[in-house]
Design a binder for this molecule. Structure first.
Ligand SMILES: [Zn+2]
Length: 271
């Protein structure tokens, strides 16, 4: 069977202080891409891993309390930047997308979910549980804008089914074979947000590791680079976040030819 091809793209960006994302970096405002990936799957068609920003996030940010989200992380998104618009340029209609794997439910990752009415959502049950009932300020504090989720979100969700990971995936303790065919494997990277997952995707050229927000940069994903305490305080579970980062680095060391893509940095090429 042909393998999957991964294209990592971005739908908008957000502004943040560099010193917050990496300890010791300058106190200047930097634009961070809101990355997502398009997986060209031989039998499932175009599969998305997250969506980046989308129109519903901009809408929510115009109203209280979503406006606070925009104050903390100003968002730039033009109509042609959305995942839906970019897929249209490639010749894919919204209904062609049958599967969206969601790393975690932060607004910069799920902003485009409403744009794909035929998609089934694949995510960890642990990503939704702690946020599910949150509304208003309590949701915004967790970078969760419930308006971004389609009204039938739960009905269209298939929870990832985790099983103990085989030794070659060490030190990841568990893995979910998203389509049951070994083409896309989800591994837990919790901490930044509850139940966050990354993907391991074997491509013709080698293994692509999509690590979502387990690191702010590719460099930080490969070498330990602590974030500012302010950013650390925003993690859902700082201790889990640290453990996930250490697992990711150990996995990359054991798989030196793999390429690493994180959501908010330029994707790495083949090594
Ligand atoms: Zn993010």
């Amino acid at each position: 069977m042909n393998s999957v091809r991964v294209l990592s793209l971005q739908a908008g960006d957000c502004l943040n202080l560099a010193a917050i994302t990496e300890r010791g970096a300058a106190w200047r405002v930097q634009a961070y891409p809101a990355g997502f990936s398009l997986l060209l799957h031989p039998t499932r068609g175009p599969v998305l891993f997250d969506t980046g920003y989308g129109a519903p996030v901009l809408g929510a940010m115009r109203r209280w309390p979503g406006v606070l989200y925009g104050l903390v992380t100003p968002v730039r998104l033009r109509p042609q930047d959305t995942a839906r618009a970019q897929l249209a340029v490639m010749g894919f209609a919204p209904q062609d997308v049958r599967h969206i794997i969601v790393s975690h439910l932060h607004a910069d990752h799920v902003g485009g979910l409403r744009d794909f009415p035929q998609a089934t959502f694949h995510l960890s049950r642990a990503a939704y549980g702690p946020l599910q009932g949150l509304r208003g300020l309590r949701a915004v504090r967790r970078a969760f804008l419930p308006e971004a989720l389609p009204d039938d979100f739960e009905a269209r969700t298939e929870w990832l089914n985790f099983a103990p990971a085989p030794p070659e995936l060490a030190p990841f303790p568990e893995v979910a074979d998203v389509f049951g065919d070994g083409t896309v494997q989800a591994v837990p990277l919790p901490g930044h947000a509850p139940g966050m997952v990354g993907l391991l995707v074997p491509e013709a050229e080698g293994l692509t590791v999509l690590a979502a927000d387990a690191a702010w940069s590719v460099r930080a994903g490969r070498e330990a680079r602590p974030v500012h305490p302010v950013a650390r305080a925003a993690f859902f579970d700082p201790a889990q976040e640290e453990a996930s980062g250490a697992r990711l680095r150990a996995f990359l060391q054991a798989n030196p030819r793999a390429r690493l893509h994180v959501s908010h940095d330029t994707p790495e090429g083949w090594r």
